[in-house]
Design a protein. Sequence first.
Length: 536
Amino acid sequence: MVVMKPSIEELKKRTDGLDVLPQILRAAQMGFEKMDKEYIDLFRWYGLYQQKPKDGYFMLRIKIPNGELLANQIRAVAAIANSFGRGLVDITTRQNYQLHWIKIEDVPEIFERLHNVGLLTTGACGDVPRNVVGCPVAGLDAEEFCDATPIVKRVSAFLTGNKDFSNLPRKFKISISGCRQRCAQPDINDIGIYGTERLRANRYEYGFGLMVGGGLSTRPYFAADLGVFLKPGQVFEVVHRIAIIFRDAEVLRKDRSKSRLKFLIHDPQIGIGPQRFRALLEEKLGYQLEDHHSPEPLGNSDDDHLGIRPQRQEGFYYIGVPVLSGRTTGDTLLRLADLAEEYSTQAMVRNTNKQNFILTFVPEHRVPPLAEKLKALGLPPLSQPFRRGMVSCTGNQFCNLAITETKNLSIHIAERLERLFPEARPHVRIHISGCPNNCAQTAIADIGLRGGLTKVDGQSIESYDLVVGGRTGAGRRFAEIVARKIPASEVVTVIANLYRAFLAWSKNGETFSAFVDAMGTEQLAALAQSSPESRV
C-alpha cells in the first residue's frame, strides 16, 4: 500500500513548525538514515532545507535583520562553513547567509555556535515572516529620510519565533527602510514600508509610506501603494495588523499556488483590491490612516550603495564591495572579519539585498589602505559594472526546483564581459534564475536569464529565456521576454550583443533601462541575435 505524504497544511495542523526543534535534535542523535522524516518539511521553520538530491545534506539559512553583522558574528559563520559546509557561503537577496552540505548530526553544535554570537535560523524558511530587510546603509546615508533600523529590529524581534505567526498561509516578506532611493525594494514585498516626507506648518515631517501585496515567482505583482502617511510610531502596529489579516485569510489556504498576500490584493478571483484592503486594515487598527501621495524615489532603486561614499557621520566612510554571484568562502569571511576589526571603528559589515558587502565606519584616512586590501582579497570597491550588478540564485547544484546551473555561469558571464568591455562604466544588472520561480529576481533585472531546457541534435541541454527592462521604483515595470531557449553556451554572446548596441546608442550617459524603452522588444530581439562577428 502506498502511503501518501501529508500536505504542508496537514503537517501544520498536526504540529506547529516552531515545535519541531526537539525532533531536529532527536534526528541529530539518530542520524539521517534512521531519523523520522515525517516532519522533515517543518525543519524549514529553523532554516533547514533539504538540498538536492535529498540524500542527507541540508541548506541552512541564517537570518540577519537589516543585514547587520559584527565581525565576531561573521567569524562564527565562517568557522561553521569551514567546519561543516565545505567552506561555501552564499549571500541571499534578503541579506541572509546560506550554508550548504550541512549534516543533521552537526546541527546542534551549529545552532549553539550561532546562538553564542546572537545569530538565529528561526523563521529563516517556512510559512512564517521571513527576514526583515532594510537599507544596508541605514543610519549612515546622509540623504535618507530617517534611520529605520530600530523599527526593523523591533518588528523582527516580535515576529521571530512568535507562535501567533508561525502558521501563515505561506511565507511573508517585509521591507522597512527610510532610504530615499527605496533600495529595500518595497515594490516586491508583502509589506513595503518606505521613507517619505510631507510639509506641515512650513516644516518637513519625515515618516513612511505603505505598499502591500508585492511578490515575484511565476506570477509577479508589484505592491499596491495604499497612499498613506505613517508616523514612525505607527509602523509596528500596522505591520502587526497586516500580519494578522494575512494569517486569518482562510481563502489563501485553499490553493497553495495562490497563498501569498499578493493574491489577496490583486488576484481577479479572490483579490479584494487595495482600497478594500486599506479599509480592512483601518478596521483592525481602529482608526483611519492619513492620506498622502509620496514623491517618486530618488535615484536608482535597484542600486545597493556600493563604492566608497562618505557617511553622515563626519570623517567616516562606508565601502561597498561586490561579491560575484553572491558566493564567497569561509576563508574570505574570516579575512573580511579581520579587516572589519582593523579598519572599522564599530567592527561592522552589512549584507545587501543584491548579495554584496558594505564595511562601515571607516575613518577617512584609512579608506585607501582598506580599499587596497579588499582588492587583494578579490573584493574591489571600484569594480566593473557587470560584477556589481550580477545576482544569481542557488541553481541546480543545491536547489531541488532549479533546472539549470547558475553560480558558475554568472561568474563566467561577468568575467567574459569584463574582458570584452574593459572600459565599460554604465551599470547593468544581470540576474540569473535556474527556473521560472524568479528567486534571483529576474523579473526586475535589466537583463534576466530564466533557466530551462531545450533540445539540440536530439540532446536535452540547459538553456535560458532572456528578459529585459525590469526595474522597481520610478517607472517600475517587469522585464519582457525577447528570446527563448538560448543554449547556455550562447548566453554570453547574446548579452554582449545587447550591451554593445547599448553602448553605441548611449551618448549622454543614458541608462540601460532607457535603451530598452527606446528600442522595444522586437528590435532588442533582433539585436540580441545580431552579427556573427560579435560572437565570443
